[in-house]
Ligand binder design. Sequence first.
Ligand code: IPE
Ligand code: IPE
Ligand code: MG
Length: 237
Amino acid sequence: MALSEKKPVPQHIAIIMDGNGRWAKQRGLPRTAGHAAGGEAFRRIANYCRTLGVKYLTVYAFSTENWKRSEEEVSGIMKLLGKYLREALADMEKNKVCFRFFGDLSRLSPELQKLCEEAVKESKDYDVQVNFCLNYGGRDEIVKAAAAFARDVAEGIYKPEDLTEELLASYLYSADVPDPELIIRPSGEMRTSNFLLWQSAYSEYVFMNVLWPDFSPEDLDKAIEEYHRRNRRFGGT
Ligand code: IPE
Ligand code: IPE
Ligand code: MG
């Protein structure tokens, strides 16, 4: 019996796509080769999520802290993203995923920003939504939401006491997206690294020892099986 027939798959899965550098190092390859292989893993897993019936897939591709890396690595990653987005635009019909971007895109090159914009526009009618986190930081997202709310207060749209969890959430990149039930981090690291700080309040974390470029549909099945074994209480009994 297929996984999806046994128990409902999570409607929203989030993944910290980590381990590209170590994957490359193990093979004596430059780190960018690991990022290229990570891009292939993303394609594979996004496709598999579509066949499973997952509605939202949020992937952490580049954090607000990743600018600390060498200029060579950062520009290599940006080049790969451009290549990936151009291919995705050419292949929209085949992949049928709806693109959204979470993060401050203003720091990306104008060319890359335009590709992101086009990808969103061209894919808006497909139903599996991929939220691509680019120059994303959970703290940065909350700070930007707070600033946007403060602006609305200054303009008289809201009073400070109007603020509720729902209202704050409506200022986040994820405004109309349900919180992820499952967050997967491959590569053996056990931390959030500033990913979905607000949205993960009651997410189930699954940490796995596989490096992202090696991540397979079977690994996703395993993570979902682990999720199915969890007892989610949300603070109740
Ligand atoms: C994740 O892989 C990709 C990005 C953060 C851009 P890493 O590049 O962090 O790989 P490791 O953790 O060094 O192996
Ligand atoms: C988190 O991985 C960011 C992405 C996968 C895009 P990092 O490799 O940047 O996180 P740390 O440095 O190990 O915490
Ligand atoms: Mg890493």
